[in-house]
Design a protein around this ligand. Structure first.
Ligand SMILES: [Zn+2]
Length: 186
């Protein structure tokens, strides 16, 4: 079981579902035994995963930040420096961010057919350590970090270069030693 959290805050097993079954495209998951999960409120989902090491705790940390400042704040950016969307930036938010061509991806890169529709790679932000990582996705497409293949999760540092498909991205952090949303207003 490999729990991940979708953009809207549902937890699901990424080894069983390529996408969030709660948000999934209507009709696509018809006949799936998890269909009843589509109606399950987020709180119930969180309760189900409590006990899984750390997952719910991190969710609670993020929920607290959201409650405190009333938003799901940006924690960093990817900037396209080469490829069809050259010049565009993409927001990174807390926890896991799937990168893909699909419109429902947390980080949606349009126009690059060499990028998987869903979860070509992941960028994650750990709110406890205020650190970033990049991890390989589920598909065939490779991801490179500063020219090296990403085959396991790797730390992501300021101005690292990420390549996927025809697209080159520069990583620009907001949160870290200099700034953290959780310390604001104290
Ligand atoms: Zn969802």
């Amino acid at each position: 079981m490999k729990l991940i959290r979708c953009e809207r805050g549902h937890y699901y097993d990424s080894q069983q579902h390529s996408r969030c079954p709660s948000c999934g495209v209507p009709g696509l998951d018809a006949g799936n035994s998890d269909a009843q999960m589509q109606a399950a409120p987020v709180d119930a989902m969180v309760t189900q995963v409590r006990g899984q090491a750390g997952v719910a705790d991190i969710g609670v940390t993020v929920a607290m930040v959201r409650k405190k400042i009333g938003i799901d704040p940006v924690v960093g950016w990817l900037v396209c420096i080469e490829g069809p969307e050259k010049g565009r930036d993409y927001r990174i938010r807390s926890e896991r961010n799937g990168i893909g061509r699909g419109a429902d991806m947390a980080i949606c890169i349009n126009g690059d057919e060499a990028i998987s529709r869903e979860n070509h790679a992941y960028i994650s932000f750990n709110p406890r350590k205020a650190s970033f990582r990049i991890a390989p996705g589920d598909g065939r497409g490779m991801t490179y970090l500063n020219g090296e293949e990403v085959d396991v999760p790797m730390p992501l540092l300021a101005y690292d270069r990420i390549e996927l498909g025809q697209t080159h991205l520069l990583f620009v952090p907001l949160c870290g030693e200099q700034f953290n949303w959780e310390n604001q207003g104290e």
